[in-house]
Design a protein around this ligand. Structure first.
Ligand SMILES: Cc1cc2nc3c(=O)[nH]c(=O)nc-3n(C[C@H](O)[C@H](O)[C@H](O)COP(=O)(O)OP(=O)(O)OC[C@H]3O[C@@H](n4cnc5c(N)ncnc54)[C@H](O)[C@@H]3O)c2cc1C
Length: 384
């Protein structure tokens, strides 16, 4: 006799998409099995405790949203602190505030009023505008032209050019303009990178949030869906939720999607406060990492930074993706987007499978929109 199907959903991946999905499924009275190939739950928001500090193992994760529904959703599980993302840039020892604002303009040119800053910016942009107009170019064709048109020569050369080249492994002239098209430029003294109404880090790190979301699901770590008996998922569940890479689900039948990835070198230092800020970008070629993250600043503020005599830093190195590495950022150029569309067509033909999250949708997705997508799914298909 055939065994009865035990689960309503088999969820592949325990990141924010899979974990939020499992939570909603439980509210709807559905039973979930969550399988995760890593040895821990939480996907990229997983935090590891080192010397009493919550280290963001897969890169710094700052929660921010303008969506009140998403904010109410996450804060019902864990309290969030008041962390505000205000990164700094270090160009050969010179420090600048980001995003580009009156502080940056003062540091770069010594100007102190918005009017002076606008005048200086106009002067700086004049050269590229003239050049593009002579060539009859209306829209900047690459990252170099876009960056110069947006902020002019000094800011582009010290804060965008070499940083982008390190990050993407190509000269700015060969990179698409859209990467910097929406860089914020402000004429106020405001170092807050995000303008969203809600921002912060869960107190105690992200693991508490994931534990709450997965509290009622059955979870198994160290299980790769593609290499396990669960590949034949219909034996176990009525529906599949797949949050892994889309091309892998279809055995790369059209070829592999390209990714960019980063590598972290994490160290404990015997100083209480190494750089005075959570994130410092290194914007010149003479340093091979792109950022240094000092994790304690995500959760400790003011004098409390000195309560712990040690600190943990991670240097972030961009790396060209090779098979077997962690896929981090999709390369959404024309070739890869076209390839993704072919896989998406196959995905749409799959009955009873939900494909979601940054890997399955091949999309740069912040945390809040991932949660929003799951909320919307349950509004459309469930009992919300
Ligand atoms: C370096 C970096 C920094 C970021 N910083 C921010 C930030 O500051 N703010 C912000 O809002 N967002 C940030 N993000 C985005 C954020 O990480 C994503 O929005 C979020 O992780 C998406 O959740 P997910 O569930 O889609 O993917 P993931 O968190 O990647 O979860 C997918 C899970 O599926 C598992 N999996 C994959 N394949 C299989 C398989 N075959 N079998 C079993 N399990 C499998 C993976 O191991 C993983 O655990 C950042 C992303 C990166 C890469």
């Amino acid at each position: 006799m055939e065994k009865p199907i035990k689960y309503d959903y088999l969820v592949v991946g325990s990141g924010l998409f899979g974990a939020t999905f499992a939570w909603f499924a439980h509210q709807a009275g559905k039973k979930c099995l969550v399988i995760e190939k890593r040895p821990h739950l939480g996907g990229n928001v997983f935090c590891e405790e080192v010397e009493g500090i919550h280290v963001h193992r897969y890169g710094p994760h700052i929660f921010h949203t303008d969506d009140e529904e998403v904010w109410r959703f996450v804060t019902q599980f864990v309290p969030f602190n008041r962390f505000t993302n205000s990164p700094l840039a270090n160009y050969k020892g010179e420090l600048y505030n980001l995003p580009f604002n009156m502080n940056t303009f003062r540091q770069m040119w010594g100007v102190t009023t918005p009017e002076e800053a606008m005048e200086k910016l106009d002067e700086q942009r004049a050269e590229i505008r003239e050049r593009l107009s002579l060539e009859g170019v209306e829209t900047p064709r690459n990252l170099e032209e876009q960056g110069l048109s947006l902020v002019g020569k000094d800011l582009f050369e010290k804060l965008i050019k070499e940083y982008s080249e390190k990050q993407w492994g190509r000269p700015c002239r060969d990179l698409p303009a859209f990467i910097v098209r929406r860089l914020p430029v402000r004429f106020t003294y405001d170092n807050n990178y995000f303008i969203d109404r809600f921002q912060g880090i869960p107190i105690g790190g992200y693991n508490g949030l994931i534990e709450c979301l997965l509290a009622d699901a059955e979870c198994r770590c160290g299980v790769d869906f593609l290499q396990s008996e669960y590949r034949d998922w219909r034996r176990f569940a009525r529906k599949l939720v797949y949050t892994g890479p889309l091309d892998a689900f279809f055995d790369h039948c059209f070829g592999a999607l390209e990714w960019r990835t980063v590598r972290f070198e994490t160290r404990v230092l015997d100083v209480p406060n190494y750089q005075g800020n959570a994130v410092v970008n290194y914007t010149s070629h003479d340093v091979s990492y792109t950022r240094v993250i000092e994790h304690k600043h995500f959760e400790k503020f003011g004098a409390a930074v000195y309560d712990n005599p040690k600190t943990v830093i991670s240097e972030e190195f961009p790396v060209a993706y090779r098979k077997g590495m962690e896929p981090f950022y999709p390369v959404n150029d024309d070739r890869n987007n076209a390839l993704y569309s072919k896989y998406k067509e196959l995905a749409e033909a799959e009955r009873d499978v939900v494909f979601g999250g940054r890997l399955a949708e091949y999309k740069y997705y912040d945390m809040a929109p991932v949660i929003k997508r799951v909320i919307d799914y349950w509004k459309e298909n469930g009992t919300l």
